[in-house]
Design a protein around this ligand. Sequence first.
Ligand code: Z5A
Length: 217
Amino acid sequence: MNLPGIFITIEGVEGAGKSTAIAGVAEWFGAHGREVDCTREPGGTPIAEAIRQLLLNPVEEDLVPLTELMLMFAARAQHVAGRIKPGLAAGKVVISDRFTDSSRAYQGAGRGLDRSLIETLAQAAEQGVSPDLTLLLDLPVDIGMKRAAARRGACAHDRFERERHDFFERVRAGFLELARQSSRFALIDAAAPIVDVQTQIQTVLAARFPQGGVNCG
Ligand code: Z5A
């Protein structure tokens, strides 16, 4: 779909530093005079944020993997229609903390759900919108888990944080496989110190969006 904005997604296992990286991406585009909208998945609109609560908060009843998948895509359909598409139509740089690649990695590679079902749902929920660039923040699972645990402190684990190490290894491998398959991805060494991660990201942005992408529309 030919909209004047730029759509950037940031992906990775938990604790990869996505929230930290997004601030740097937003600052880089802001310095080039672009209007930026930072959002997240699941979430980004009131209804999608309500679905996020269902997805992340542990309750007594198990959320079966198929329900989890459908809720991810229900939230995504709302997010695309209510926030991402309008932002891109207005010429903004929309930066999303996670998008469909997370469903491919977590529900596909992690939970083992059918890949063709995921692609069918993706086609419907994305409504013609696809990322111009996906930054994959890659790091060993152990490091990500330690960072996330340190940040969480005494707070309770969410439903995903309760998963075991081997689940996150499958998710990481799933992300890396996606990155091998498409030039849309830029692979970032997220185990490096924060300042180095930001430098890697700025180098990618400068190469892909000269002048902040002002002539890309
Ligand atoms: N999910 C899914 O299954 N399917 C889907 O389709 C979608 C999502 C869209 C969302 O949870 C969950 O939903 C997610 C996948 C699933 N679960 N997991 N895992 P979330 O949004 O609450 O959690 P998250 O996406 O995993 O975010 P996170 O844990 O907050 O990670 P992060 O944003 O990548 O990390 P951070 O907050 O930027 O950094 C973590 C800490 O590390 C923090 O204290 C930083 O200061 C520190 N940090 C960051 N970078 C560095 C470096 N380079 N060196 C040292 N320390 C650093």
